[in-house]
Design a protein around this ligand. Structure first.
Ligand SMILES: NC(=O)c1ccc[n+]([C@@H]2O[C@H](COP(=O)([O-])OP(=O)(O)OC[C@H]3O[C@@H](n4cnc5c(N)ncnc54)[C@H](OP(=O)(O)O)[C@@H]3O)[C@@H](O)[C@H]2O)c1
Length: 234
């Protein structure tokens, strides 16, 4: 797919991986609608980009916004959805574990109400995470949700063809999702990536490059692209 002159809708497009994707799409000549609950946190949108407010968990609001944005060629969601539970499963608050699936329900809304507006050569990309297939202790919620996202995408690819849908699976990525700052942040990433083949967190731009690959390569569907610094092999 040639990006110049295309229109993209990016949920979670106002921060981190989604914002980097929004910027790269706009730089390649696409017009982009970037959506999150509170886009005002991101300041002024880059050239070619419009910010809109919407919570992916609200199906009616997602459907109405996508109807308003249509027609478009590219649909992406990197929205985290809600809170994420961490820690050992046997001690985990069950409601916290259930709430972690808000990411999946958000993605489900985006695809359910968004795929119908895509042309036959349109493309969808969602974001999972390495714990879907290789888990560190305390990551059971991330693993369960990420695995569900990847399974959902494989099943959807079969149903919505020839429209395409893929997943990009990031390892540890340096984005505003992580609250720690300064020396604490540096130390945390050092510890988390010490056993990896590439001993640093990835950047949002490195993940966005993979998202653009899944959008622009017309022969790629139903697959998961890993951008994880070798975490899966370490
Ligand atoms: N960073 C990592 O290490 C990492 C690793 C693996 C996977 N991932 C996945 O990558 C994706 C992007 O993460 P990120 O690191 O880029 O996070 P981020 O910087 O926190 O960005 C998340 C974006 O999602 C939006 N969002 C969150 N909940 C939403 C909701 N309910 N409705 C609409 N928008 C919502 C946020 O904006 P508002 O707050 O304004 O809504 C923001 O624009 C997520 O799916 C995350 O699970 C990240």
């Amino acid at each position: 797919m040639e990006l110049k002159g295309k229109k993209a809708v990016v949920f979670g497009g106002t921060s981190g991986i989604g914002l980097a994707t929004t910027r790269q799409l706009a730089a390649a000549g696409a017009t982009v609608v970037a959506i999150s609950r509170d886009p005002s946190k991101a300041g002024e949108p880059p050239a070619g980009v419009t910010f809109k407010g919407c919570d992916v968990r609200d199906g009616d609001a997602v459907a109405a916004l996508l109807d308003e944005c249509a027609p478009y060629d590219i649909l992406i969601s990197a929205a985290t959805g809600g809170s994420r539970a961490a820690g050992p499963f046997l001690e985990m608050d069950m409601q916290g574990y259930k709430n972690s699936f808000d990411k999946l329900w958000g993605y489900a809304n985006v695809v359910r109400f968004g795929a119908r507006h895509l042309p036959e050569n349109g493309a969808i990309t969602l974001v999972s995470g390495t714990p879907a297939r290789k888990c560190k202790p305390g990551q059971i919620a991330l693993s369960s949700v990420g695995s569900a996202v990847e399974a959902m995408v494989r099943a959807l690819a079969v149903e919505i063809a020839p429209r395409r849908i893929n997943v990009v699976s990031p390892g540890f990525i340096d984005t505003p999702m992580v609250a720690a700052q300064g020396a604490e942040r540096v130390e945390m990433y050092k510890k988390m990536t010490a056993g990896h083949l590439i001993k640093r967190p990835g950047t949002a731009d490195e993940v966005a490059q993979a998202i653009l690959f899944t959008v622009t390569n017309d022969f790629v569907t139903g697959t998961t692209v890993d951008v994880d610094g070798g975490w899966l092999l370490s």
